[in-house]
Design a protein around this ligand. Sequence first.
Ligand code: OXD
Ligand code: MN
Length: 586
Amino acid sequence: MTNNTSVLEFIDRIKKLVNPDDIVWIDGSETQLESLRKQSCDKGELIKLNQEKLPGCYLHRTKLNDVARVEDRTFICSETKDEAGPTNNWWNPKEAYEKLFSIAKNSYIGKTMYIIPYSMGPIGSKFSKIGIEITDSIYVVLNMAIMTRVGKEVLEVLGNNNDWVRGLHCSCNINEEQRYICHFPQDNTIISVNSGYGGNVLLGKKCFALRIASYLGKKEKWMAEHMLILGIQNPKGEIKYICAAFPSACGKTNLAMLIPPEEYRKKGYKVWCVGDDIAWLRKGKDGRLWAINPENGFFGVAPGTNSRSNPNALAATTHNTIFTNVVQNLDDNTVWWEGLDKNPPSDAINWKGEKWDGKNSEEKGAHPNSRFTSPAKNCPCISSEFENPNGVPISAIIFGGRRAQTTPLVYEAFDWNNGVFIGSIMSSETTAAAAGKVGVLRHDPMAMIPFCGYDMGKYFSHWIEMGKELGDKAPKIFNVNWFRTDENGNFIWPGFGENLRVLEWILKRCENKIEARKTPIGYLPFPKDINLEGTSLTLSDLDLLLEIDGDLWKKEIEDIKSFYKKFSDTLPVELVEKLNKISKFL
Ligand code: OXD
Ligand code: MN
């Protein structure tokens, strides 16, 4: 399919290493994908679902020990440990290659080697980057064909260029003790062994579009961020775009596909989704910040997705979707997950592949990190700009986390560097998207702690540099927290579609239409400026949501100080200055 010498050399080297029986290039054609679906069903790796109710949909179950990203087995293999920084696991590249090659050696015997050429971003766009993933898993091929743009055209655009990301995935025997997800930023290379879980093996996603791309972005003056991109259309038909970074499973997909509350819909508001997980951002010709979504599909968390929380995502899953680790309803061969509706099937198979009676079982049927992989074009609110090779101009950047206390519903940074500070102090409660304890508060600057491919101190400097580049055309930066609870532990803010009320305030601030209250942490809304019409909320609820508790913030500052200590000499002085300033005024 190509004469590219660097590609052919790589394939040849890997072929000798893994020793496949057969080689198949993925050309992106529906005929080839359909034949792979069939083979995968014949092997029992995929289950064909009810094609009348769920046309083009399949179910897959991972091994029980392989259900989430494994951060403790994810490595940045840069030349030196300092380059990986204090928040990444580092592995000496020479040793890592040796170990990985010893695991990969002969691991494709009896198997087919699939070669997937793919583009992150619209094929041929200035923003886009090319990768080639070698895998022995049809499940990976089929998911990559939804999540990225795959096939011949990608190789045509690549020509004889050497600028592409090498990816090798070996399923081996899914041995968790020999599982490694390794990134070699200096070699544009990713190697993932002994996993079959999406976040570890769909190498275009977290591995390339965030870890390798963040490193490339620093070198090439652009940014790869863990952010959704959405457009808000006002009644005049004008659309303003925002990016928002939240840690995994904090409702990014829901926010990205938000349906405006009824009063807003009546007035003519609409929300368009450009992306739900990753944004690549660059300065455009007009000096503003522009963004594309490098992905082509959604790898969304299924539990909790329903016709109220996210009707658009639900609609996206009704065709051409691969479900992973959800419940199989044997009544009609469809799928179910916790939070879909109040009617769990009794005759069903749970994510573990066991018989499961949803009406009488104490145990959950779907894994909390079970997923759907759906094409972006399935989403009823996908933006008309989704394929635009120039991306969309960004008016505001939002950071957010899952915080029961301390952080108010929304506040605005004083300036860009203060915004970088706000991003750097983000923390959130952990969720099921990564292996480990759930509900533990951890620092997660810019929601990038698991995804930054180099020293985060230098990453913060890169943000500051980008602010200088953008000057007064830089988007304003905000922080939101939908998850504040009252004394009984109940969420105070209704969330979901109602979040548009906060986005409206944010856009008004971007257009300098309203005043705000200056506080030590940033500008906060006057309660009257958040539209509560049509909700049961009162101004005193807003007082609570917007409260800054001095004692909690003092504790927070102490905590940030000790987090910052990790970075010793790479933490930018600008952030230390912001921290000192806020400490003085609290
Ligand atoms: C994801 C994650 O899958 O952040 O998007 O874990
Ligand atoms: Mn994510």
